[in-house]
Structure formats: C-alpha cells, structure tokens
Design a protein around this ligand. Structure first.
Ligand SMILES: Cc1cc2nc3c(=O)[nH]c(=O)nc-3n(C[C@H](O)[C@H](O)[C@H](O)COP(=O)(O)OP(=O)(O)OC[C@H]3O[C@@H](n4cnc5c(N)ncnc54)[C@H](O)[C@@H]3O)c2cc1C
Length: 339
C-alpha cells in the first residue's frame, strides 16, 4: 500500500480565525489539531468533564477499508496511514494495530461483495476473498454454516480511541488551542462575521463554529436554527471472561447477515450489535421518491402485517430497512420506505 502523506499544513494568512469546536470526542479532537496546526485560534467546548466520554470511548474502535462507497474507502486509506504514523505526526501512540476485519458474507450478498472488492482494490487496498475452505483453515474458530464466503482486509485494524483523542487534544493545546470542559453549548446566535456561543460556563464570540457533537449534533445544529437529521441510536456491547484457545489477536469479525460483530480485547472477547429492540412501536413509512402513489397498496399491506404480526406480507422488506444507512451508500436514500 502506497503511503499518502498529509498536506503540509499551510498556515492561515492574516489574522487567525477563531474557531469553536463543539465536542471533545475523536472527531472534534482531530479537527481541533488539524485547525491548530494550520494556525487557527481554536477553542474546544465539551459539556463533559473529560474527553472521549461519548461514543468515542464506547466504540469497538475498528478501522476498515471494506466499504461500498468509494469516498469511505479513501477516507479510511488516508486515516489508516495517519494512525500508523500518529507517533511521528501527533506525538503519541494511537495504538493502531492491523489485525484485519473478517466479514462473513451470506449467499444473497456474494455478488455485491465481489464488486466492492474490485473497487477497493482499484483504490489500492489489499482485500482477500476467502472461500469456505480458506475460512476453515485460516479462522477455524468461525463456523461457515449459511455463509457463501468471507472477505478479509489485512490493512484493516483497531486503535485505542482514548489515546488518539487525548493525543490530538494534547498536540492541539501545544499549538495554543484551549480545551474547556464543563462547557455545554446551550446557544448559538449569529453576529457580524461570526457567531456568539453561549455555554454553561459563559459566552464567547468566534468566527466559525464546528459542530462535532456526535449523536447530539442534531441538537447542537438546532441551537442555530439549522436542521441536521442526526439521531442517537443505542448499541449493545458485551465483554466475555477470558476465552482460552483463540489465536490472539483475532480480526474484527462481522456477520454481514445480522450485523453481529466481535473481536479480541486482550484475552477477552468484545462483541455487539445494534439493539434490534430500539424504538419499539415506532414505524416509518416514508421516503418514496416518485413512486409513493403507485406503491401505497403494497406499503399498506406490508406495514399492517409488520405492525400487527412482525411479518412481511410476502415482500422482501430488507432493502428498505432504515438501518441500512449505517452501511450503505447515500445513493440508496431515495429508496427509504418502511421499517
Ligand atoms: C458500540 C459502538 C461501536 C462502534 N464501533 C466503531 C468502530 O468499530 N469503528 C468506528 O470508526 N466507529 C465506531 N463506532 C462509532 C464511533 O464511536 C463514532 O462514530 C465516533 O466516536 C464519533 O465521534 P465524535 O467525536 O463525533 O462523537 P462523540 O465521541 O460522541 O463526541 C461528541 C462529544 O460532544 C459532546 N457534546 C454533545 N453535545 C454537546 C454540547 N451541547 N456542548 C458541548 N459538548 C457537547 C459530547 O459530550 C461528546 O463528548 C462505534 C460506536 C458504538 C456506540
């Protein structure tokens, strides 16, 4: 894999703009450092008393290149190389280890995964197709029942999200950035040439506001009167007792059909999935693009069946599951229909 070097951090010209970054998760921290190294005057505003206490500190912290969307593959390629060079570029170790991602692919998705691998390889990413015989030989702890194949990314890996976030913030501070904890942003008002930011700990006037509030980004956008359709969704994560007999570290293994994932964390296994019982009783029948009239009868039948019995009225509703937006390309958004 060819190393892409980051741009040389050109400094801003003239008076440095003052940028408030809302949120001290890994995204806000990376933005703060990237702005500070380019000469901006940065203030990070975090409602909690410490960094990485939101979704960052609770994540599986995997990094994969195996996406369907080319733009995501490019973001991953750049990010993997930055995490690998973190100590040299940011000054601390982000704990990045290329343990790989192993996707277990069901028969109905085999063709799509072959197409995606071709695109990923064209982007310079190493990705391996494993037959079920390969899977039995290389990952004997995985049962191949019901699978068509597996897809392994040797360039994929996991990192330490706390270390990376704290590393970014420390490096940003060294460049002059301020990081204010206990500073929930509660108001955003436009002023000439910028914004007035009201926080639980006082107000400041800035030129720019970057909303990096993670699952709360929709609420922060609303403070400025903007609509950002980001909503929080709960995930279940479990950790086992030490498991004997596993070759450690394992890759991050994902069962594509169910979304269940697991990986080793020391001698234990970390595993999880989206909570399938999240928001029970809330159904969405929307996003029909230009075919809502013609598809209304089928939608009526399917939604009634789903609400009353959990069934599907003989339709394949999986392509319309809103949960697919977590995995799929935005091109699919016009196809949103029913839960
Ligand atoms: C179980 C689980 C597994 C995951 N696995 C992975 C994975 O393997 N790989 C991966 O890349 N991603 C994974 N993710 C997703 C990843 O954790 C998030 O995408 C990422 O952490 C987002 O970072 P962030 O900085 O945007 O948000 P956060 O880490 O949530 O940070 C947002 C910050 O904003 C602060 N904030 C909110 N509102 C305000 C306010 N009004 N004023 C001031 N501060 C505010 C919050 O306190 C928080 O600290 C996983 C997530 C979960 C829950």
């Amino acid at each position: 894999m060819q190393l892409m070097t980051p741009s040389p951090a050109p400094r801003t010209r003239g008076a440095a703009p003052h940028v408030a970054v809302v949120g001290a998760g890994i995204v806000g921290a990376a933005i703060a450092w990237s702005l500070a190294r380019r000469g901006a005057h940065v203030t990070v505003l975090e409602r909690a008393d410490a960094a990485a206490t939101g979704s960052t500190g609770r994540s599986a912290a995997g990094l994969r290149h195996q996406f369907s969307l080319r733009a995501n593959v490019r973001f991953s390629r750049f990010s993997a190389e930055r995490f690998a060079a973190f100590a040299a570029e940011v000054g601390t170790d982000a704990g990045f280890r290329r343990v790989g991602y192993l996707f277990l692919v069901p028969p109905c998705q085999e063709a799509r995964w072959a197409e995606d691998r071709a695109m990923q390889r064209a982007e310079g990413v190493r990705v391996e197709h494993w037959s079920l015989a390969d899977l039995a030989r290389r990952a004997p702890y995985v049962a191949g029942d019901g699978l068509a194949e597996a897809s392994f990314g040797p360039d994929d890996g996991v990192l330490d999200p706390h270390a990376a976030t704290l590393g970014y913030l420390a490096a940003a501070r060294a460049l002059g950035a301020a990081v204010r904890f206990g500073s929930a942003v509660v108001g955003l008002r436009p002023r000439a040439g910028g914004w007035r930011v009201a926080t639980a700990a006082g107000e400041l006037a800035v030129d720019h506001v970057v909303n990096a509030a993670g699952p709360q980004a929709g609420a922060v956008a609303a403070l400025a009167g903007a609509r950002l359709p980001v909503v929080a969704s709960r995930r279940d994560v479990f950790v086992t007792a030490p498991v004997a007999g596993l070759p450690l570290p394992t890759p991050l293994v994902v069962d594509v059909a169910t979304g269940v994932w697991w990986r080793s964390e020391g001698e234990r296994l970390l595993l999880g999935r989206s909570n399938p019982a999240e928001a029970p009783g809330l159904w969405h029948a929307a996003g029909f693009s230009g075919h809502g009239v013609q598809h209304a009868p089928a939608t009526g039948a399917a939604v009634a069946e789903r609400v009353l019995t959990g069934g599907d009225a003989g339709f394949d509703l999986r392509p319309f599951d809103p949960a697919r937006f977590a995995h799929a390309a935005p091109a699919n958004t016009a196809e949103a229909r029913v839960v």
